[in-house]
Design a protein around this ligand. Structure first.
Ligand code: CA
Length: 224
């Protein structure tokens, strides 16, 4: 699964990007300023970076140059300035592409696709998870079990999406807690146990011997 790091101080833009990217099976991490973005670059190890030029703590162009000192990660720059000089400067500093605000999320998605393809990254943007008797269409939030629709609450759906994003690998319980309930939930791991139980009841043929939502003791959960 491709990971996208969004370094952007405008929360509304980050939210729109997250919604659109996650709906297409990208894993998304957000940073509201340059310092946090640079920190996450090392930690989150993104497949691609979306970088806003106007950040509160540093000019995006400086951030771009800083990243290029040690990383070849594809970078798409968001800019409000579409004059030629700026564009040339960005490309010379190592940006793979740029997009002028305001932009439609679909255009950015297309550019992400192209940038990743240029780097030979295989793009898995199938927004559907299918395994055995279970089928989940993420954009339409449709879940089918044995061909029959299953109704999930918003929290259950977010939890299922977090597990799907794991791509068959173990997802650490702290990661799921943060993604679904926010960082404040780290002290309440029982949320997760309760909701895993609810999901199993709805999705598993036999909730006590789950075939899809597996527990990795002491670590987290894995969706297969
Ligand atoms: Ca900005």
């Amino acid at each position: 699964m491709s990971r996208v790091l969004v370094i952007e101080d405008e929360e509304s833009i980050r939210r729109v990007l997250r919604l659109n990217l996650e709906g297409r099976n990208y894993q998304v991490s957000e940073a509201p300023n340059a310092a946090e973005g640079l920190r996450q670059l090392g930690e989150f190890k993104p497949s691609i970076v979306i970088l806003d030029l106007g950040l509160p703590d540093k000019n995006g162009l400086e951030v771009l140059k800083e990243i290029r000192e040690w990383s070849t990660v594809p970078i798409i720059v968001l800019t409000v300035n579409d004059n030629e000089k700026t564009k040339v400067e960005l490309l010379e500093a190592g940006a793979d592409d740029y997009i002028t605000k305001p932009f439609g999320p679909l255009e950015l998605l297309a550019r992400i696709h192209v940038a990743l393809r240029h780097r030979g990254v295989e793009v898995d943007s199938t927004p559907v998870f299918e395994s055995g008797n279970l089928k989940v269409d993420i954009p339409s939030r449709t879940v089918l079990k044995d061909g029959q629709p299953v109704h999930l609450t918003a929290t259950e759906m977010n939890l299922l999406k977090a597990l799907i994003r794991g791509g068959g690998q173990v997802v650490h319980q702290d990661h799921v807690l943060k993604e679904v309930w926010g960082p404040g939930a780290l002290d309440n791991p029982h949320y997760l146990r309760i909701y895993i139980g609810l999901l199993r009841k709805k999705l598993e043929a036999n909730p006590t011997t789950p075939r899809h939502i597996l527990t990795e003791p002491g670590v987290g959960y894995r969706l297969v």
